[in-house]
Design a binder for this molecule. Structure first.
Ligand code: ADP
Ligand code: ADP
Length: 228
């Protein structure tokens, strides 16, 4: 589903964020990505969403090399990916409904279809009936659920989360991970970047570990495709 082959990322200025990373998230797999702050987790996610581009190596989704995807096609690629952030990036002056509806509005769905889908997404995350609330009126856990509803509202085959439980207590964190499991059970590929090792240990999923830009655990050594 998502494959990295000898991927390196050097930022302008020379900061090496990823070094020769090999990594494969299988179709429908749920996995964790861990490592200390600065290890390269966010960078790896940004390469998948083409917020950043690799300096070397190959990043592919469903066998398609995304390294050279044109700027025009990036939005189409991103429709396949639901992205969840630590601070959920909600629009605080908008209602819960408007926040969740945003990806559908951008895609040009009809108002009726949007209402139906937003209600369905809010139902899935346990926020049915909160459409008219402002995110400020909600608890931290509920706000994160709004962010998740927005990420899944157009039913993307891939979900990426960057420290989704960073601001939540252990009980709420576990609830959020259980929620990710329901999407995984429905066939979605899920990759969760987190430094919360306690949380990871309580679940049965594969864990990829980055250390100073290098993948040091999780991925079975595969043949290094592309090596001369
Ligand atoms: P993590 O998500 O694991 O904390 P990041 O991917 O954010 O790690 O960062 C990896 C390294 O790349 C760090 O040294 C960070 O300072 C650096 N870095 C991240 N983004 C940029 C950027 N836009 N420009 C320069 N350096 C960056
Ligand atoms: P977060 O903890 O939410 O990842 P950060 O403060 O680490 O937030 O990073 C905020 C933004 O700054 C990110 O887009 C990241 O890529 C970028 N960034 C991180 N480190 C650097 C750096 N050394 N130079 C420039 N930009 C950076």
């Amino acid at each position: 589903m998502i494959q990295f082959e000898q991927v390196s990322k050097v930022y302008p200025g020379g900061q090496k964020a990823l070094l020769d990373v090999n990594f494969h998230l299988r179709q429908g797999e749920m996995a964790f990505l861990t490592g200390h702050s600065g290890a390269g987790k966010s960078t790896l996610l940004k390469l998948i969403t083409v917020i950043e581009r690799a300096s070397a190596g190959r990043v592919s989704i469903n066998g398609h090399d995304i390294a050279n995807v044109s700027p025009k096609h990036v939005p189409y690629l991103r429709r396949n990916i639901g992205m969840i952030f630590q601070n959920h990036h909600l629009l605080l002056e908008k209602t819960v409904f408007d926040n969740v509806a945003l990806p559908l509005v951008i895609e040009g769905f009809s108002h009726g279809e949007i209402k139906k889908r937003v209600a369905g997404a809010l139902d899935m995350v346990g926020l049915y009936g909160k459409e008219r609330h402002n995110p400020i009126m909600l608890s931290g856990g509920e706000q994160q659920r709004v962010g998740i509803a927005r990420a899944i509202v157009n039913k993307p085959p891939i979900l990426l989360a960057d420290e989704p439980t960073g601001n939540l207590d252990p009980k709420l964190s576990m609830d959020i991970l259980r929620l990710f499991e329901t999407f995984h059970d429905a066939g979605t590929s899920v990759l969760i970047a987190t430094h919360d090792l306690g949380l990871i240990a309580r679940m049965k999923y594969r864990t990829f570990t980055l250390k100073q830009g290098q993948m040091i655990g999780g991925e079975q050594q595969t043949s290094r495709v592309g090596e001369a």
